[in-house]
Design a protein around this ligand. Sequence first.
Ligand SMILES: Nc1ncnc2c1ncn2[C@@H]1O[C@H](COP(=O)(O)OP(=O)(O)OP(=O)(O)O)[C@@H](O)[C@H]1O
Length: 737
Amino acid sequence: MASLGGAATLCWKHNYALNCGRFEHEGLQCRRLRTGRNALCVRTVERKSLVARAALSEGAAFWDDQTEKDTFSKYSGYIAAAATSEAEQFDEYDVVKISQVFKKRPFLSLRRMVQVASTLGRWAALRYFDAQIGRSEFMFKKRAGELRAALVQLGPAYVKIAQAVSSRPDVISPDYLEELALLQDRIAPFSTQYALNIVEEELGVPVELLFSEISPQPVAAASLGQVYQARLRANGEAVAVKVQRPGVRAAISLDIYILRNLVGVARKVFRLNTDLQAIVDEWAASLFKEMDYQAEARNGIRFKKLFGHLPDVVVPEFYSALTSKRVLIMQWLEGQRLSEVSDLHLVEVGVNCSLAQLLDCGFYHADPHPGNLMRTPDGKLAYLDFGMMGEVKQDLRDGLIEAALHLINREFDALAGDFVTLGLLPPTNEVGEVSDALTGVFQNAVSKGVRNLSFGDLSGNLGVTMYRYKIRLPAYFSLVVRSLTVLEGIALSSDPNYKVLSSSYPWIARKVLTDSSPQLRTSLQALLYKDGAFRIDRLESLVTEAMRNTLADPDASPETNAAESRQLVKKVLNFTLGDQGLFVREIVLDELAKGVDAMNRALFDRAAAVLSSQLPINLSVPSQFTEEEDLEHLNNLRRLSFLLSGSSTNSSSPPEMYKLSDGRMQEVERVPAAEELSLLLDSLNSSLKYVPLLTLIPELPLTAQREALLLPAELAGRLASRFIARTIRSSVPKAIP
Ligand SMILES: Nc1ncnc2c1ncn2[C@@H]1O[C@H](COP(=O)(O)OP(=O)(O)OP(=O)(O)O)[C@@H](O)[C@H]1O
């Protein structure tokens, strides 16, 4: 970093262009302009001064007639807009104010329109020409690159539109996505001296007093601003200084003004139903929020509070007192782009953090491109850039979790219902074909197994289907898919078989088992009781997944990983035995009671059958369950005992013990054989003798321990009430229904 001295005192401060003559200051050659004597001359001078300012802000080392000519022809619209210092003062998006400013300057808008139309028109004409002579495909790469360059030349509004579109596979053909994604980081910087001048103006402190050193060039340049590395004089801390591009608000305001008018005309001419102006307004408002660096600092502070404590996640500190709308100062974080180091462990950290953002708190990083994720030297995942944040409401969060559960469990009918909840489809009845097509996309995605589901493919196919049916993908939804696709993409470079859903499932399972929202409880209930029958395999799979430690560090020693797993199991136990776990506990206790009860009856029936054959009395007690249900309960009991023993996984689950073949069952087959019963008792016994989960109980908080001690009593209570109910039922005369 260069030391800061007098260089900070820039020669072209403020009205530099309104004086006469030529001068040189610290290597920067400047030409002073002649002051005009009449209005026309003043306007010319004003224009020239603004061209000069824009030329310098676009990176020109000095400016003269030639620079002015080049700059003006290249950036005329952008510069002209930047010229309207009135528009540069807008702090937030205000349609009325913007219209007022630009209505007074019709030529400005006209010139800008000509510039945009000629730049994009030239590109479109070339594409058309390529198509006519049959070389579209051959020229594709070149044309995509030219489109990117044209957008950069058109200025920040177009770069931002292209960036937004590049995350919307439903809006743009997938072929262009790759090229537009490059817009994220290949943008020319503006002059450092100009940037330092802005810092001084905004913070009201000379830069040499603020920083003891600062990088001579920006370390990164983006569409709205650029970033320097510096050291604060006050405390010696290394900081990142983000400075907004000069003229960017005015330039964006003009482009929004034009775009808004154009879509208004298009709507009238083509009699469109969609309120395109509302879409432009929505986008413009979010862009203005992104240009407010004080809001970015507030977002960053909130993000740090919510997610900064997650294991291996780092969020920079923000210096709110040294932050203005156009200058942002935050802690400098050393590191490499995650996409360049491709650390699988950190990808999983990112997946868990993304899920916590999207589905837990509903406050998420809405610009998760690879440039905003870094690996710090101590192996942590750093998040940067909090300009664009999104919020997901509670019902949508629950809806997303439900949809994921339906997808994982291949409940496609229920999944089709989720499309409406998630806003993918309008709540009308005429969506059959689209719904079928969407269901087809998901069905196809999981055809090779849920764990092989690729988010990249899923979002691609979803985009193609939405594009075909002209359905708008809700912005939040495309960002949800995008943030996971970005992480999957990063991971794929080091593990071609990595699947983000496989890493997400444990998080989703923990969430479903532990959340108290009524919507999620209902969906858990629906999931576990299919057509009235308890689906123990699903509970088993949820519990097993919830306890899978996806964050186990492959480089850590087995002891460390075992200790971490133990921590996780303790967490699940603590939850199950706490207030939150009441719901799952009730289900498990109920099923245990049904199973133990069915086993008792089976034993009793067997004894009764023997006695009935000897004595002229019928000892059998009528059951409220069918024989299939009883067998199911016994089977569930056996599997629950495995689950409690902590030895359960889907693949090693015990096979069903008692299968009904064709419905014509023999009396003797109805009663489990004595050996099978003793096997069942043995397995129950052994699981109770050695239950790893139980060994953890003494380590749990006192409330959870007390709940654990109460469990046998609760189970006994349920068994007793079943027995009493059955006895009463058997003693009621048959005639009474
Ligand atoms: N705190 C920081 N520590 C280290 N580097 C940083 C820091 N903040 C930003 N950078 C660097 O600057 C780059 C651009 O920062 P940032 O993404 O915040 O700018 P931006 O103008 O919002 O960009 P975009 O237009 O992509 O949203 C980052 O990719 C990173 O390389």
